[in-house]
Design a protein. Structure first.
Length: 129
């Protein structure tokens, strides 16, 4: 009986951790899938390391949003599928395949937990698949 209670407790803890780490993923995935940068904006950190096709820089969330918009204007989004994701204490990441009108891209984004307990994207990388 103790074993069953222990296992159930462990499962509940795992679900709680997964639910917390996935809070931004649906919105960000929807934004990438449709090219809607507004869905991604609310999850950007104040400072973002952004790398799009071998051009890298650190910029404000406003500038990062403009860079993403420019990318999606040149590469109309058709689909996005997360391939892999993970979490460490205070941070998480997602690696996915972005299908656009000009081809496929690998998108990787990293997020850190802020004081409120929410996650904010502090690094985005888009490279040819």
């Amino acid at each position: 009986m103790k074993t069953i209670k222990f296992l159930l407790s462990g499962i509940l803890v795992c679900f709680a951790v997964l639910a917390q780490s996935q809070t931004m993923t649906p919105d960000v995935a929807a934004g990438l899938k449709t090219g809607n940068v507004n869905l991604i904006n609310k999850y950007l950190a104040k400072s973002v390391d952004i790398s799009i096709l071998n051009t890298s820089k650190t910029c404000s969330s406003t500038e990062a949003s403009a860079e993403l918009s420019k990318f999606f204007q040149a590469n109309a989004a058709k689909d996005f599928a997360a391939i892999h994701n993970g979490e460490r204490t205070g941070s998480s990441y997602v690696i996915g395949k972005l299908t656009t009108s000009t081809g496929d891209f690998r998108v990787t984004y990293y997020a850190k937990k802020i004081e409120t307990g929410d996650y904010r994207i502090n690094q985005i990388k888009i490279e040819k698949f």
